[in-house]
Every structure is written in C-alpha cells, then in structure tokens.
Design a binder for this molecule. Structure first.
Ligand SMILES: Nc1nc2c(ncn2[C@@H]2O[C@H](COP(=O)(O)OP(=O)(O)OP(=O)(O)O)[C@@H](O)[C@H]2O)c(=O)[nH]1
Ligand SMILES: [Mg+2]
Length: 209
C-alpha cells in the first residue's frame, strides 16, 4: 500500500449484545451525534466516513435487533462474524444477564475467528447506560477485568448523554483491526513460503529428469 491508499481504511464493524442494551442508540449516536430515544427493529448496515489524523476511514456498521429465534439467529450470527473485521459488544450496566451474554460472545468470536493468543483482539466491550448509575448491577471493575483477561478494550458510556466516549469506542477499534489483520496474515505467509519452497524443489527434480 502506498501514497493515498495508505491513508484509506475500510472497516466492517458488527454491534452485538442482548435486547434493549442500546446497540442502536450507540450506533445512531456515532452516525448522527444524536440520541432519539426509540429505534425500532430495523436491521441495517450503515456506511460512515470520517477523517481522523489525515486517515480516511469508512466504517461499515451492522446493527441488528436482538433475536430470540435461535435457529434464525445462529445463521445470521455466523454471517455477521464472518463479515466483521471488528466487534462492538454492548451490555447495559443495569442488566447482569446482558453482561454475562457479552462474556459468552467473546469466547464464541475468539473461537470462530481464530483470535486466540493475540495481543489485541479487535473487540471493544461497552458498558452502556452509565447515566443510570443508581440502577447499576454490573461494576465498572467487572467490565475492566473482563477486558483485561480477554485482551479486549473496555469503555463505559452513555449513548443517551454523551457523544465523545462513543467516538472513542469506534476509533479505539480501528487500531485493533489493523493489528489483527497483520497478525492473521503472518501464519499464511509462512505457509506460503513453505509452499513455494516445495514448488521449487519439485520443479528441480522434474527439470533434472
Ligand atoms: N438511560 C439510557 N437509556 C438508553 C441508553 N441507550 C439506550 N437507551 C434506551 O434503551 C432502550 C433500548 O435502546 P436500543 O438502542 O433500541 O437497544 P438495542 O440494543 O438496539 O435493542 P434491540 O435492537 O431491540 O436489540 C431505548 O429505550 C433507549 O432509549 C443510555 O445510554 N441511557
Ligand atoms: Mg436495535
């Protein structure tokens, strides 16, 4: 990659989490800087272009309503995981079950995408609804510890009241996506070298006949 192309970044981001944790609120806040309260059941991939530090970043963000129909959800989930370069996993700080679901999601994503052993997994864990601190059931420390033990990034945010922390969520993810793309390519490179070496030796043997 050289010149202008080096400054262009394309990132597919999937937003996951259980129902009503604020996936759409967070997405819409990032796209429009606004909080509109109710979001309905729309499934959508949004494209959003931003320029940060001279880098032209296109975020493709897949937001979908949580679905309890497991048969439908499994297929859709796999599709989303394969499509994604990075993940925003959302729970509500007032909903313990949503936090437990994020823990499970991390394990499943790591297994599916082969991120095991990576320094920085392209996953951001987001504890939303920080404005409802009086109804909190998940401590900040629990979120931080989960991030630490799974090599993910962690933010507590309020989509209802603040744009800046949501901006940090998506931009934090970009660097991780970069790191993961380069470390995923490395083993394939080694395989490639082995392949081309054996090709050379095979050719030599054939040539000498
Ligand atoms: N107080 C507060 N409410 C929020 C916040 N974020 C979202 N909500 C509210 O939580 C409810 C659910 O938000 P959504 O963004 O629709 O949640 P979702 O995760 O997209 O839900 P599904 O698409 O149904 O899975 C809505 O009533 C929002 O107004 C927040 O930061 N603080
Ligand atoms: Mg939604």
């Amino acid at each position: 990659m050289t010149g202008l192309n080096a400054l262009k970044v394309d990132a597919n981001v999937v937003v996951l989490g259980t129902d009503r944790v604020g996936k759409s609120a967070l997405t819409v806040r990032f796209l429009t800087r606004r909080f509109i309260g109710e979001y309905g059941d729309i499934e959508s991939i949004y494209s959003h272009n931003v320029i940060v530090d001279g880098r032209d970043i296109t975020f493709n963000i897949w937001d979908s309503p949580y679905c309890q129909d497991l048969s439908r959800e499994t297929t859709l989930y796999e599709k989303r995981v394969q499509w994604a370069d990075g993940f925003v996993l959302v729970y509500s700080i007032c909903d313990r079950a949503s936090f437990n679901a994020v823990t499970k999601l991390i394990q499943s994503i790591k297994a599916t995408k082969d991120y095991l052993g990576m320094d920085k997994v392209p996953v951001v864990i987001v504890g939303n609804k920080k404005d409802l601190n009086h109804r909190r059931t998940v401590l900040s420390e629990e979120g931080r510890l989960l991030a630490l033990t799974t090599a993910c990034q962690f933010y507590e945010v309020t989509a209802a009241e603040n744009y800046h922390s949501i901006f940090m969520v998506f931009h934090g993810l970009i660097d991780r996506i970069h790191a993961s793309k380069s470390s995923i390519k490395r083993p394939a490179g080694i395989k490639g070298i082995v392949k081309s070496m054996s090709a050379v030796f095979t050719r030599k043997r054939t040539d000498s006949l």
